[in-house]
Design a protein around this ligand. Structure first.
Ligand code: SF4
Length: 228
C-alpha cells in the first residue's frame, strides 16, 4: 500500500470514535481545492510496518482506522489491509470519491468497511468544474446506489466551494434523495489552489449553509453542517 501520511489520533474522522487515519497516495480526480495535492500522484513515504506496529500497540485505545487519501480504492491491496486492521479488532472506515464502484461493491461484499464516507463533488452535470477531470458520472451514480441500497453505514458529503449557490446543494440532494446522512462541509483555502485558480474566493457564510440545509432537507431528512 502506498501510504503517504498517517495520523495517529483523530476525533473527527469516524463518527463518535477515536480513529487513526491512513492517507493513501494517488487519486483519479484533481479537485482544485484539494488539501492533499502533494500526494495525488503517489507518495510512498511511510513504511506500512510502522503503521501496523503502532496499531498493534494502540489496541483498545483507538477504536477505528480510516482509509483515506488521495483515493484509497486505487490501492490494489486495500481489501487485504482492511482485513488486517479488522482482524486486530478495529472498526474500518473508507473515505472515497465514489469513482470505483466495483471496488466499493467488493469491499462491502467482503464485509470490510463498517462506515463509508463518499464525496459528492458537485451536481452531476457540473462534476468537471470541481474534479478537474472528465469523471465517469455513471460510476459515481453506481456507488451512490450501492450505498443507498446496502446495509453498510454511510454518509455523503460535499465541500461547499464558493462557486456553489444553495440551489446547487439542492440539486445534489435531489440526486441522492433519501440518503441516510448528507454532510455539508465548509471549504477552506489551500496554498496550492492558486496555481490553478488565481481568484481567491471567500468561503461561504453561515447563511449559505442554513439555506442549503433547508433546501436539501426537502430531499434528505438528515442534513448536517460541518466546519462552520
Ligand atoms: S478526490 Fe479528494 S484526494 Fe482526490 S483530488 Fe479530490 S479532494 Fe483531492
Amino acid at each position: 500500500m502506498n501510504i503517504a501520511g498517517f495520523q495517529k489520533n483523530s476525533f473527527v474522522d469516524y463518527p463518535g470514535k477515536i480513529a487513526a487515519v491512513v492517507f493513501c497516495g494517488g487519486c483519479n480526480f484533481n479537485c482544485w481545492y484539494c488539501h492533499n495535492r502533494h500526494i495525488l500522484h503517489g507518495y510512498d513515504a511511510i513504511d506500512e510496518r510502522e503503521v501496523f506496529s503502532f496499531l498493534e500497540k494502540r489496541k483498545g485505545q483507538i477504536d477505528a482506522v480510516v482509509f483515506s487519501g488521495g483515493e484509497a480504492t486505487l490501492q490494489k491491496d486495500l481489501a487485504e489491509q482492511m482485513r488486517r486492521v479488522k482482524d486486530m479488532g478495529y472498526l474500518v472506515k473508507l473515505d472515497t470519491n465514489g469513482a470505483n464502484p466495483k471496488v466499493l461493491s467488493a469491499l462491502i461484499g467482503a464485509g470490510l468497511p463498517d462506515y463509508v464516507a463518499m464525496d459528492i463533488k458537485a451536481p452531476f452535470a457540473r462534476y468537471k468544474e470541481t474534479t478537474g477531470v472528465a469523471a465517469d458520472i455513471a460510476a459515481v451514480q453506481k456507488s451512490v446506489s450501492i450505498l443507498t441500497g446496502g446495509q453498510t453505514e454511510y454518509e455523503f458529503r460535499t465541500t461547499c466551494v464558493p462557486q456553489f449557490a444553495p440551489e446547487d446543494i439542492e440539486s445534489i440532494a435531489k440526486e441522492i434523495a433519501g440518503a441516510r446522512l448528507y454532510a455539508l462541509q465548509q471549504y477552506r483555502h489551500t496554498d496550492t489552489e492558486h496555481k490553478i485558480s488565481p481568484i481567491r474566493l471567500a468561503p461561504h457564510e453561515r447563511a449559505f449553509f442554513d439555506e442549503s440545509r433547508r433546501l436539501a432537507r426537502k430531499h434528505i431528512e438528515n442534513v448536517v453542517i460541518r466546519g462552520i
